[in-house]
Design a protein around this ligand. Sequence first.
Ligand SMILES: [Zn+2]
Length: 414
Amino acid sequence: MSLTVSNERFRRRFTTFNEIGATNRDGVNRPSLSSANQEARETLVEWFEEANLDVTVDEMGNLFARRAGANDALNPVLIGSHIDSQYNGGRYDGVIGVLGALEVIETLNADGIQTERPIEVVAWSNEEGVRFQPDMLGSGVFAGEFDLEYAYTREDKEGKTFGEELERIGYKGDEPCEPRDLHCYFELHVEQGPQLSESGLSVGVVGGVYGFVWMNAAFTGSADHAGPTPMHLRHDALVATSDVIESVRRITSTGGDDLVGTVGSIDVHPNSINVIPERVDFTLDFRSYDNDIVDHATEQIQREIEHAANRENVEMEYEEIMRVDAEPFDDECIETVERAADAVGTKYMRIVSGAGHDANYLNEICPTSMIFVPSVDGISHTEDEYTEWADVVRGADVLLHAVLEKAKTDGDEQ
Ligand SMILES: [Zn+2]
């Protein structure tokens, strides 16, 4: 039988950890740099120290816990995820990746296994991006995507900055937050989509992440009284917007199998029952694993915005505010995860991630892959998020075996 993590210890930790910031509907409320997030960090650091790990905190409050290798000068294998949550979010998102990584270390400790390479567990700061935008800020600074100063000056809705709040909770560390040499990075995470749940498999081997485009768009017509203004004299910004929303469905139904498109935010002015909408600001989000498909959808929607503006005789604006190309993960790391799944004896499927993860940024500076476990009914970012515990354990076992291969236990070369 292959080496496995301790179901009992892992479960006990998971339960204890999720008492912090627990909501009364089985979720957790531990947004970035909140007091509950601080308490979660303190608990985690305590457990790191109990496992004899060397804990460091970097300038972004990213927590690292290192287990020395037999050849400690070799580049480390990094494993982890995040412990901040959405407001009233789920218990699994991020948490299983960090506690799963700690469980890997506990298993090596308990079995007296010495790896050649050092292994580091990480809990990234501000992954969710609900209190401070953008998301994945801790790993983004670490990977050189954002400046430290930019990160420190991000503000929440009350005008408190990330830098001040990090200091307040006592987690502004000294360690520079910058790219450094890593052998590879693995992240265990819940899928947050329905593919595994629908296929009945416990493990997804993540081959890469979707590319996406974000756009801001707006229509400006004229506000008028909803009573006396006849229909043919109206310039209704919301009618134009609804045409665009409908065309998103049309574009995604013909634009390629994995293309998804969303109008996620709408602001209507003046937003009054008896006034014709004068202005509507809205957002567009298109994603696919194929960059050309995203490009094509973006061109099509721009034409639809123009057509809608002409039909309703309103002014239009649109701008692309963010574009991220689809990014395959490292072939070697993907294959390592597949071999690990075989070693554990679990069936798996290759999967592409539609959501953002810290692994996306890590992929830019070192070989990376991810392990997904099913989200029941694909639900995430709510208190209803649920993953069968047996699947969580299986995911951690796959992580363990991926680490064993990459960190080497038999004195292999780099
Ligand atoms: Zn997450």
